[in-house]
Design a protein around this ligand. Structure first.
Ligand SMILES: Nc1ncnc2c1ncn2[C@@H]1O[C@H](COP(=O)(O)OP(=O)(O)OP(=O)(O)O)[C@@H](O)[C@H]1O
Length: 368
């Protein structure tokens, strides 16, 4: 699925922009602080209802404005709209009708983001990796969203009971059974996805020149001991959980680990190799998603500053196989377009947009 038209207003320093995008590569070039990342952030908001830089909508709304809007029309004809107001209100619309949750936006517009934050996936906490895995599970396994929601409800109920201090055993076991049932389901979906993801990632890494990167192995930790069921694990950890007021086992503790010869990936890979590993992981996820659904859109913020030329070229090749469209930012047009020019059509003829002081104009014509 590609984004054909994008319209935004009062989004950080962009007062208004209306753009016609192409399938393949869209380049947004301009000096620091001109509004390139804000543009990508707006597309992210259209797919998730939120920014990738700030948890607070107010920080994203243009200073002095009452609210922001982002509107997009997809290649399949659907339209998406997000409005965020400074007073905390807002609306999400799909085909002009109110949408009940932002996950409906995500199913219409699957999106992968590569920016400097993406690289914390290896050395950051497990939550970052879990969310990455769940992006692919959500798009491939249709029962995941419901199972995960049920799991979260049961988890917060069990945690609330644990914090009360005085346990009502019957009530606790009701929520533990629900937690175990939805948790086992979430885990089964993740495990099935993981098997395909692992195969796709290994194939991508093996296609790289021999280095520690091509020997990286990925493993999945489900969040409780292998030998027991989730209900047993919950019973075993009940006393400790009571003392902590928190459920310490279950799929909310799952993780992906990356290692080579027993060493953690971030201990043995160079910074650039770590970045390439994250690019390969996101590509592998997109490959899995496009086997089951339409190809996702990639947002790539300032690739030249992250990877050397060979790796940029490799990554551009990967993206061209599994994405419908990519929006790339950079400072110089020549350096930003270089990795894409060696690919086959439509990837070798990027549409270039110039970004300056929040104004965005297409290269070949007047402002779009
Ligand atoms: N709420 C806001 N209202 C108005 N302007 C804002 C707001 N938030 C941020 N800005 C400004 O918007 C500008 C665009 O920032 P953005 O991060 O999009 O730039 P960029 O082109 O990606 O820069 P770089 O190349 O340095 O990454 C910055 O000058 C920033 O100070």
């Amino acid at each position: 699925m590609a984004l054909n038209r994008l319209q935004l207003s009062n989004f950080r320093n962009i007062t208004f922009a209306e753009l016609s995008l192409v399938q393949g590569v869209n380049l947004f070039c301009g000096p620091n602080g001109s509004g390139k990342t804000s543009l990508l952030e707006a597309v992210h908001m259209l797919s998730t209802g939120r920014s990738f830089r700030s948890r607070k909508h107010k920080a994203v709304i243009q200073e002095g404005a009452l609210g922001l809007t982002v509107f997009g029309r997809l290649s399949g004809g659907d339209s998406l709209g997000v409005e965020r107001l400074a007073d905390g209100g807002g609306r999400i619309r799909i085909n002009r009708a109110p949408a009940s949750s932002s996950s409906q936006l995500a199913s219409c517009l699957p999106l992968q983001v590569i920016n400097s934050d993406s690289f914390s996936a290896l050395d950051g906490g497990p939550g970052v990796r879990r969310r990455l895995l769940d992006w692919a599970v959500f798009h491939v396994e249709h029962s995941f969203a419901e199972a995960w929601k049920n799991y979260q409800i049961a988890l917060s109920q069990r945690n609330a009971l644990l914090r009360r201090g005085k346990i009502v055993p019957d009530l606790l076991s009701v929520w533990e059974r629900r937690l175990a049932e939805s948790g086992e389901h979430v885990d089964a979906l993740r495990q099935r996805l993981f098997a395909g993801l692992n195969a796709a990632l290994t194939a991508l890494l093996k296609s790289l020149p021999d280095s520690p990167l091509s020997r990286i192995e990925m493993s999945y930790r489900r969040g409780w001991r292998k030998e027991v069921s989730l209900i047993q694990a919950l019973e075993e950890s009940r006393q400790g959980d009571l003392a902590q007021g928190n459920t310490r086992v279950g799929p909310h503790r799952a993780d992906l680990r990356f290692s080579a010869s027993g060493e953690a990936a971030h201990q043995i890979l160079s910074r650039g190799q770590q970045k390439m590993l994250v690019c390969a992981l996101r590509t592998a996820m997109a490959e899995l998603v496009c086997r089951h659904r339409e190809k996702p859109v990639f947002l790539v913020d300032d690739l030249p500053s992250e990877l050397d030329e060979l790796n940029q070229l490799q990554f551009a090749r990967w993206v061209s196989r599994c994405a419908s469209q990519v929006l790339v930012t950079g400072i110089e047009v020549e350096a930003t377009s270089r990795p894409w020019l060696a690919l086959s059509p439509p990837w070798n003829s990027p549409k270039v947009f110039h970004v300056e002081h929040g104004h965005i104009s297409a290269e070949s014509s007047a402002a779009t």
